[in-house]
Design a protein. Structure first.
Length: 637
């Protein structure tokens, strides 16, 4: 990727602000938050959004043929995600222009199998595979769960795109930007230098991301400085699909539970990334029209301090992107507006928006009270470090605006009479519950579709006065009949004074006499879907094999050396005659003691781990199954 060492090439690739879209066009960036197994919910939202955009485009084509007002244009220009949301962003990158059927409520098994979103998130991922032992065959324990199934799913999913017909979509740009967050365990080093001394203060940035560009069919794209152009079809000499697969696995590598991934990236990906910030010297230099070549001395301060690396690449081990940036709103926003730009927020001017899909928007469990114990302090500290790394003051400042039309939220809801703590089955067991039963994932997928339809129908709207609808133009894009059909009140009351950004068309709009709940009905709460005793043998075998690998891999030898040293030190403190007698006894027993330890000791942590896992699953199952009666009680009252 020649030219990326030039600061000017970074500014050319990533301008400080981006021009507004043409009048009559609205740009959307999707931001998908971390979700663990609730990625099934996010996948369901994506499925309906694609169906709705296709139906809207079909409506416009029919209107053009009839000579009616053309309505407006919508462009999905950026998708970004963290953790399971990053996995969903990767699926969007692969299949955004593929032909596949939506999983409607009446869909049969063949339709579900043909839909890559449903197949990946509902059909293929399951705890029975994650409790396998294939990953232990190499004699090393890399994660609590067996991740070989994830490698297989990602490899088959990427390969399956070649066999699917392409469907050009007018709502996609020539370049779809894809952003996946990463927690870079190596970190990007920076040296903060001070005047008057040769010493530096070293800092390391671990919140990382990787950027892909997905070209429309027949479009040739040149990669921007820290971007990889994803070729989904031809030969892969540049190994872009291999890097894409590794990045998709890395962004979802939940710490400890799932295996960390190592990416090999060009150093140039990080060259001037830190300079693209609203408060950097670069923004001042551009405002003053100062030259960027030759490279100014101040610009060198933004270069990472890769001491000791002589090659042009760096290997970075990565875990779950949600550990550092669980809702990459700012990344997606800057991709839409430019790194020093902004999206108009008022209803009469908005022409871009970030839509956050967040399966877990609620407040997390409270931290321990004052004077916590040592046991409660350690997990609280770990959680505090992650939460602090995720905190972004700029998001809080924008959220405080009373009437913002540049950012929207889609989150799980089963209606106002639902009184359970969460509305998705995956929300229990720390977000891992969905992996335990396909019925849980199916419920969340279908709820995602239902919530997405409700969002487009009632919440993803702009005032009628917005130029998008062209009401002040000589030939309005929206007719009075269109307004009568689609207009909605902003907050569910008063006169309809807003219009949808993506109007529901085709099957998604109710036919005469049809109840809206019939289109995407509320899925039944999945009671009785899990029989935990069927998982017990898998849990016990996984725990037994994993502890055995750890023990034989060095932990056992260390424990035996420590025990032997303790016994020898104790014997050395005895009198001379006692010491001689004890040494003879110890020599005779040493081999028997070692064999006994090898036979018994690995079983202790194995039993403890399996017992704790089974208890946690049973507790979570009890919470989930008690949620449905709460719903019925709420309805009666």
């Amino acid at each position: 990727m020649s030219g990326t060492k030039s600061l000017a090439s970074w500014v050319e690739g990533y301008p400080p602000s981006r021009a507004a879209p043409p009048v009559g066009t609205f740009e959307v960036g999707l931001c998908m938050a971390g979700a663990v197994s609730a990625g099934a919910y996010t996948a369901g939202v994506l499925d309906l959004l694609i169906e709705a955009l296709d139906a809207f485009e079909a409506e416009k084509q029919a209107r053009r043929a009839r000579g009616e007002p053309p309505l407006h244009e919508v462009r999905l220009t950026v998708v970004g995600g963290a953790s399971a949301g990053g996995m969903c962003a990767a699926l969007a990158a692969l299949f955004c222009d593929a032909t596949f059927p939506p999983v409607t409520p009446e869909a049969d098994d063949a339709t579900k199998e043909a839909n890559p979103l449903y197949r990946a998130w509902v059909r293929e991922i399951d705890i029975r595979h994650l409790l396998g032992v294939h990953d232990l065959e190499g004699g090393a324990l890399r994660s609590a769960l067996d991740c070989t199934v994830l490698d297989r799913i990602v490899a088959e999913t990427v390969e399956s795109r070649k066999r699917m017909p392409t469907r050009p979509r007018a709502w996609l740009p020539d370049r779809l930007e894809v952003l996946l967050t990463l927690a870079n365990l190596r970190g990007v080093p920076y040296a903060l230098r001070f005047q008057g001394t040769a010493l530096s203060h070293l800092m390391t940035l671990h919140a990382d991301h990787i950027r892909f560009a997905v070209p429309a069919e027949g479009v040739e794209l040149a990669a921007r400085p820290d971007e990889v152009v994803l070729d989904r079809f031809g030969p892969d000499p540049g190994r872009t699909r291999e890097l894409f697969s590794a990045a998709a696995l890395a962004t979802a590598a939940f710490p400890i539970a799932l295996r960390a991934r190592t990416l090999t990236r060009p150093l140039e990906h990080y060259a001037f990334r830190a300079a693209l910030h609203p408060r950097s010297r670069l923004s001042e230099a551009l405002a003053a029209d100062n030259p960027l070549e030759p490279l100014p001395e101040w610009a060198r301060e933004y270069l990472p301090d890769w001491s000791g690396i002589t090659l042009g690449t760096v290997r970075v081990p990565c875990v779950d992107g949600g550990a550092m940036d669980n809702e990459p709103l700012e990344l997606v926003r800057r991709a839409l507006a430019g790194w020093n730009g902004s999206n108009p927020r008022t209803g009469d001017l908005a022409h871009r928006a970030v839509v956050l899909i967040d399966p877990f928007p609620d407040r997390k469990e409270a931290a321990p009270d004052a004077d916590p114990s040592l046991i409660s302090t350690l997990p609280a500290l770990f959680g505090a470090l992650i939460n602090n790394a995720r905190f972004k003051a700029e998001d809080l400042a924008l959220a405080a605006a009373p009437d913002t039309y540049s950012r929207f939220l889609i989150a799980p809801s089963r209606g106002s009479d639902w009184s359970a703590p969460v509305a998705i089955a995956s929300g229990y067991l720390g977000g891992f519950m969905g992996f335990l039963a396909e019925a849980y994932r199916h419920h969340d997928y279908m709820l995602g579709r239902r919530n997405a339809r409700s969002f487009l129908r009632r919440h993803f709207v702009l005032p009628i006065s917005n130029p998008l609808f062209g009401r002040k133009e000589a030939i309005p894009r929206w007719s009075d009949a269109d307004i009568t059909r689609w207009a909605v009140p902003r907050q569910g009351g008063g006169q309809p004074d807003h219009l949808p950004i993506i109007p529901l068309c085709g099957r998604l709009w109710p036919a005469a006499g049809q109840d809206e709940d019939e289109i995407e009905p509320l899925p039944a709460w999945p009671i009785g879907a899990l029989k935990p005793h069927r998982l017990t043998p898998l849990i016990k075998e996984r725990a037994r094999r994993a502890t055995s690998v750890v023990y034989t891999g060095g932990a056992g030898a260390q424990l035996k050396r420590m025990l032997r040293r303790m016994v020898e030190e104790w014997i050395a403190e005895r009198s001379w005659l006692t010491r001689k007698a004890l040494q003879r006894v110890w020599c005779a027993l040493d081999g028997w003691v070692e064999r006994t330890i090898d036979a018994k000791l690995p079983n202790i942590p194995s039993r403890f781990l399996s017992d704790q896992a089974e208890k946690a699953i049973c507790d979570a199952l009890d919470q989930l199954e008690r949620a449905a009666p709460q719903q019925r009680v709420a309805r009666r009252t």
